[in-house]
Design a protein around this ligand. Sequence first.
Ligand code: ACM
Ligand code: ZN
Length: 768
Amino acid sequence: MRPIYCLVLVLFILSCTEKSTVPSYNTGINITPKPNSIQLLDGGFEFNKNSTIVLNTESARPIATLLNSKLITSNGLELPIIISKEPKDGSVFFELDSMSALPMEGYELNSNTNNITIKASTHRGLFYGAQTLLQLLPAEIESKHKANSPLTVPNVAISDAPSLKWRGMMLDVGRHFLSIEFIKKQLDVMAMYKLNKFHWHLTEDQGWRIEIKKYPELTAMGSTRIESNGTTHQGYYTQEEIKEVVAYAKERHIDVIPEIEMPGHALAAIAAFPELSCTEEHHTPRIIWGVEEHIFCAGKEGTFTFIENVLDEVIALFPYEYIHIGGDEAPKHQWEKCSLCQSRINSENLTSENELQGYFVRRVEDLLKSKNKKMIGWDEILEGGVSETASIMSWRGEEGGISAANKGNDVIMTPAKYTYLNFYQGDYKVLPIAFGSYISTETLYEYNPIPDAIHADKKEHILGAQCNLWTEYIYADSMAENQLYPRLLALAETTWTNAEQKDYNDFKRRLANQYVRLDGHAIDYFIPYPEGGSNHVAFTDSVALHFTTPLPVAKMVYTTDGSNPSIGSATYTDTLTFRASTELKIAAVLASNKMGPIRTINIEQQSLLPAHTVKNAQPGLKSKSAYGKFLTIKDLDQTNEWKNGTVDSIEQANTTLNWGHYIDENNFRAVQLTGYINLENDGVYYFSSDQEQVWIADKLIVDNNEEIKRHSRKDGAIALAKGKHPLKLLYFNNIYGGWASDWNTVELRYRHESDSVFHTVGAPMLSY
Ligand code: ACM
Ligand code: ZN
């Protein structure tokens, strides 16, 4: 931050904080993404009933209507809209000047005590100027209820334009369908943060979500799947609904880019038309996550006819220059075995199945070009050789994007390790299920979409960056919003604000204000749980617990009497020490006094359980197994046909099927293992497992019943004397929430209280 800006900002914050009526989150300048040039001046402009909105062109009326709608809803103030070439005293003047040198998406905003002028060379620029004006007003301007916060705009001179032209967000509606109401809500928020590309991932193995009039079977059969627990998941968008979303996005200056996946991630289409695959086997849309090996056959002309017919209807719905054709994760096993695919390889003088994908993609690109569309594909399409005109979405890392840009292809950076919002944003031990990797808001904020390895003269081939939300574990709209926000705001700043202007500490400060704006849109953004330790803690004498949050919060509050904390409860300041069994409830509180979700920690005083004397202990475990569809513990009542046996190790509870194949329902079963664990020291032991249940010393220690068997949050603790203790582990081979437990290595992990890392239980014993 430049010193002059810093000084004025401090003075402005001080002057605001003097007025006790201004909540802390409304002090200072909170515009996000941060403008590229801002000068703070003395004084401010006050909206009142004599204020007006002046437009130099009738065509800017939607912007005036937007501003008015916010003023009316939050403050009951409706301003007259006047068309005039000149500003007036007390006016907000929107000046569209297509002859000005302002960049396409740029704007200038000047406010003084008399009036505010927003100037741009395009409607989009004016719209962004209006968004900045809203962000200069108190956060309650976004409220859907009367808030009556004072409508003061500090005097500023802003000159702003984005650093990158692609500032995107992708939603996968294939794994879990998201309603158009949900999507419109996100478009509203994207517009607030000057994001301009909505990438709509419309087709998947698990669901085909776009009506194609020529092929009604695609949605009749491809948009519905019966989950393993018997429930139905379904949904698709009619063409009318798609038009509605595209129009809604256009009003917010957001382009919509449809993605139709090919040749892989196409099982929902193959479910409707088995002849599109190599084997022509009948399938349903996939009911498990992961990568499907049945893909479109590249040997059949019918596949390309189908694709052309589908794309014709898609192109008619989406007026923008790009169509995304997927291209990622296309296993080639079926192509290797298919005589038609092999004939194509021969007739086209190709050398491999990868080159066959290259042929497929180039053929589709030619088709799109003939219809005046540009093609985008995931970076796998580079492997088969792409044309100079294909645009690449680099997701497996930055390498694909770097090499493509250096060759002159346009690139959108979406490297998973920086931009995938399906990953955790805090401690997986306390958060709802997500993909097992971690992307903090800071990681995303600090991401530089133009890596140094891009040649100086090729930098313009990096169009921008995008966050992707894959929805395997998005079982509710609130989970999607939790994953999206506030990280999407970091992407907005990463793609809009020049690197020299970025400042993560200042971004974190501004978040307090942005949360209130998101509240105005009823966005269920992520408020961290206090993190540290597990939710079940045991101790013999005393235990000290320490908490942190992965994003700043105003405070953490807690109770120890079993009641739910409120904002007035005891404030956590430092490590808490417990000497008696306690139920601790703790939650974070934001500057707006909004409380996050409550974390409950069961803290239990225990005595060391004595070890067992085990006669004839042998390596291994006793097993008891029964075939059947066991989804939850209560389903165990279904059977008494148990088969007894022994196994050498816990891992053997599972017979691994091949990755990518259908999980075989005939193989579903329950396996119970019993034996002894031998411990070397006295003390509290923590156990962790992704299996159904773990019992130690006849106590239920890990209980994942009715949970997805991934990244368990159900670690348990027990105080044990050195020596042997009974162990029981229950494993279900099933599908729960789309996750096939067969993908797990059956395991049990443990750690002594003095150890910070878990170890795999290696060689339990059995006794005779
Ligand atoms: C992807 O994440 N498979 C593009
Ligand atoms: Zn084939």
